[in-house]
Design a protein around this ligand. Structure first.
Ligand code: GLN
Length: 481
């Protein structure tokens, strides 16, 4: 019986087990089959994954040198291009579209001999917090199927949560990796802006988007990061000075003592569940007992986060999504049309879902000549204030601890009727994207309602090392407690 602990243990096991990759892939394919009701996958690459596993098993048998991710079974979100496989952003407008090339991160995974097992359901064009905006239907939370798994990368989260793969990739524009990780009891990393190439990632809001990683533990997430953070000439927004190639070997804080900030306005926010609040405070007390310094800092800009985020991302989305006109590819209307304008309108009316249309309209509104200064320029100015505030905060601390989400996973349908309520639930995740800093959801607690939750760590831009070390410290304490 295949039993997964982490990638390191798996690769040790492969040294003793001739058909190890194949057994692993079969184990995950079985779990995918028996968890079909969760609706986590859009497509499963059954035959391809088995063939790849067999080839890798043979390679080891031949004594050939093996890749860093040899046999690691990965699922990807349906917004990342994998050559010759469908990529649809869970949208009717792209249904049946096949990727013409590999996203850079996919190429890096394949170069290191990972096995991609399938592509995962998500909110349409990564817009949502509950995975209720997909053309393929809702994804269910494996901890309690009446609850949402979070979004927009809900399928990628549930794929790891329900043992359908070892690790998975999502994308995080405003929390879409961290919030579902929180709702499903997983580690979810959004690296700094510019750490992972966005080449081959379907764009939502380009100055916010980052590919992120789901895993069961910090080591797995760090190992994937070490592979996919390689620089790439196809993405000019990458920070070429980063070098995370050994980050999975640097997870020990050793005796380093950190200065960690709690943000007053965040911890006292009325939307924050009391149990989540006290669990985080207790965790910080524990860190204090272990010699770290905990300070309290002000964050009076809190109420500006969500409005700023939604103005700017809608603006960028409306521009990014203008390319889907149904002419070169994508959904084409069968209705009788009068002219080319009418054809565009029909294709887009039929192809996009409600949430996406809402954002396109909002984006066009805030970019329109009459309102540009009142909304778009204003929001850019607030973004700069937030960046200044972030720089100021990190002058007096090494890391910030905040909740990931104000509540645990909510009921399916609960927030669907009230978009504002849904947007406000992103209050604690969007800061990292607005400022480009790294953030990680760390699964530490179980609520009295039985659902998992954790906390979120933020560090300075490009300080993924401190981020992962602190996360690893807390998780290992949890396991020894
Ligand atoms: N919930 C946020 C939104 O709908 C975040 C989405 C994301 O990170 N892709 O915009």
């Amino acid at each position: 019986m295949f039993n997964y602990h982490n990638i390191k243990a798996y690769q040790d096991y492969l040294n003793q087990e001739e058909h190890g990759c194949q057994k692993a892939v079969e184990y995950y394919l079985n779990n995918i089959e028996s968890n079909k009701n969760l609706n986590a996958f859009v497509e499963v690459y059954t035959e391809e994954a088995i063939n790849k596993a067999k080839a890798l098993d043979q390679k080891r048998k031949n004594g050939d040198s093996i890749g860093k991710l040899h046999g690691v079974v990965i699922a990807i979100k349906d917004v990342i291009c994998y050559k010759d496989h469908i990529v649809t952003a869970a949208s009717k407008i792209l249904q049946h579209f096949t990727a013409q090339y590999n996203a850079s991160c996919i190429q890096y995974l394949l170069d290191e001999e990972a096995i991609i097992i399938g592509c995962c359901n998500c909110d349409e064009f990564a817009m949502g917090s509950s995975n209720e905006n997909s053309v393929y239907g809702n994804v269910l939370n494996a901890a309690n199927p009446s609850k949402v798994p979070g979004g927009s990368s809900g399928g990628s989260a549930v794929a790891v949560q329900a043992n359908m793969c070892m690790v998975s990739l999502g994308s995080d524009t405003g929390g879409s990796v961290r919030q579902p990780a929180d709702f499903c009891g997983l580690v979810g990393l959004k690296p700094s802006y510019g750490v992972i190439s966005r080449y081959g990632l379907i764009a939502y809001a380009s100055s916010f988007d980052q590919i992120g990683i789901f895993g069961n533990n910090i080591y797995d997430v760090a190992l994937i990061l070490s592979v996919i953070s390689k620089t790439d000439d196809f993405d000019s927004t990458m920070n070429a000075s980063n070098d995370f190639i050994h980050i999975h070997e640097q997870l020990n804080l050793n005796d380093k003592k950190l200065k960690i900030a709690l943000l007053k306005e965040v911890m006292n926010h009325p939307s924050l569940d009391k149990e989540i609040q006290s669990a985080i405070v207790n965790q910080c007390n524990e860190l204090k007992n272990n010699g770290h310094e905990i300070i309290e800092a002000d964050f009076s800009l809190l109420e500006y986060l969500v409005p700023t985020y939604y103005v700017l991302t809608a603006a960028e989305a409306s521009s990014n999504l203008s390319r889907y006109d149904g002419i070169r590819y994508g959904h084409q209307s069968k209705k009788a049309i009068q002219d080319i304008q009418d054809f565009y309108i029909q294709n887009r009316t039929e192809g996009f879902g409600k949430e996406v249309k809402k954002r396109i309209m909002l984006g066009n509104f805030v970019l329109s000549s009459g309102y540009y200064d009142a909304y778009y320029t204003k929001a850019q100015q607030v973004r700069q204030l937030l960046i200044n505030k972030m720089n100021e905060l990190f002058q007096s601390c090494d890391a910030i601890i905040i909740p990931t989400s104000p509540t645990t996973a909510f009921n399916i349908g609960e927030k669907k009727k009230d978009p504002i309520e849904m947007y406000l639930a992103d209050i604690f995740t969007v800061f990292a994207n607005l400022t480009g800093i790294p953030a990680i959801a760390v699964p530490l607690f179980t609520h009295s309602n039985g659902l998992p939750f954790g906390l979120q760590i933020l560090t300075k831009r490009d300080d993924e090392i401190t981020l992962l070390q602190l996360a690893e410290t807390m998780l290992s304490q949890k396991h020894t407690a």
